[in-house]
Design a protein around this ligand. Structure first.
Ligand code: SF4
Ligand code: SF4
Length: 283
């Protein structure tokens, strides 16, 4: 079983469009959406949710007013000003360090586990799909990414799937690291703009650090052919195969609006380009 991750280094380059196309083209696979902060692969795969699980992450202090003697030791100890004057903890400000519970002489503070979102196991017409939704302003998305990947891997093992196709998060932070480590291939999607190239280079460096082989796809290559040429040169200098150049095409927009992978709607040379990319990924 091979794990293939699609990343971009920057949001809005067409990462999910490509992931949806690979999900439609790859045989015998499980899909995972690790872009848990802004999950949107489900919009293309139309999943039927089979399982929903809460994602527990971190803890917040809760003060029991019946036990509290109002001594003030908790608010004096808290470095985050999370305890109000009337000894109520603000759960947004609370970092869950547990110091207030430790110093409280009355045993009035308990640490309550936080539900930071949900993760789901769904069925789609393309195969099983594991995805998640992180709550508003919640942190620890790297931990949720790890959960999504772990579950997708277990399902793939149990079904003897050949591939896990993963939609990765943007950027190079903790969620990307959690997505990248241990995959067999990272497909970087970029577009012909200087900022996108810069971000693609950063994600190449990250993949190199984790010894993950990379291949690169340029989306909307024809909106700036000169910069696309620069991307080709960059790939040559870094020995990164440039495996596809997707043109700007209204069919891509129409497929997103219709909520389906682009390969369901595209034909001719556009569809052939996506098939060529899948063949290069598979090889
Ligand atoms: S330390 Fe305990 S008893 Fe003292 S104010 Fe805080 S919660 Fe109340
Ligand atoms: S757990 Fe830490 S951050 Fe939260 S209220 Fe207590 S001392 Fe402050």
């Amino acid at each position: 079983m091979k794990q293939i991750l699609v990343i971009s280094g920057k949001g809005g380059t067409g990462k999910t469009v490509l992931t949806g196309a690979l999900a439609a083209l790859a045989p015998n696979k499980v899909m995972a959406d690790c872009d848990v902060d802004a999950a949107n692969l489900y919009l293309l795969l139309n999943p039927s949710i089979r399982e929903k699980h809460p994602f527990q992450s971190g803890a917040s202090a809760v003060i029991d007013p019946a036990l509290c003697s109002r001594c003030g030791q908790c608010s004096a100890a808290c470095r985050f000003d999370a305890v109000s004057r009337d000894f109520v903890v603000n759960p947004i400000a609370c970092e869950g360090c547990g110091l207030c519970a430790r110093v409280c002489p009355a045993g009035a503070v308990t640490m309550k586990e936080n539900t930071a979102g949900d993760w789901f196991v769904s069925e789609t017409r393309y195969g099983p799909f594991v995805h998640a939704k992180l709550g508003l302003a919640e942190e620890n998305s790297g931990k949720l990414v790890a959960k999504v990947r772990e579950t997708a891997g277990e399902i793939a093992e149990s079904k003897a799937a050949d591939y896990v196709i993963i939609d990765g998060p943007p950027g190079i932070g903790c969620p990307v690291i959690a997505s990248l480590s241990g995959v067999d291939l990272a497909v970087i999607v970029t577009e012909p703009s200087l900022s996108a190239i810069h971000d693609a280079e950063r994600v190449m460096d990250l993949a190199k650090h984790f010894e993950v082989p990379v291949k690169l796809v340029v989306n909307k290559w024809d909106i700036n052919p000169a910069v696309t040429e620069d991307i080709q040169k960059l790939c040559d200098s870094r020995h990164v195969p440039l495996i596809g150049q997707i043109p700007f095409d209204r069919v891509v927009v129409e497929s997103v609006l219709a909520g389906e992978p682009v390969t369901e709607r595209a034909d001719g040379s556009l569809k052939e380009e996506f098939i060529k990319i899948w063949e290069a990924v598979r090889s």
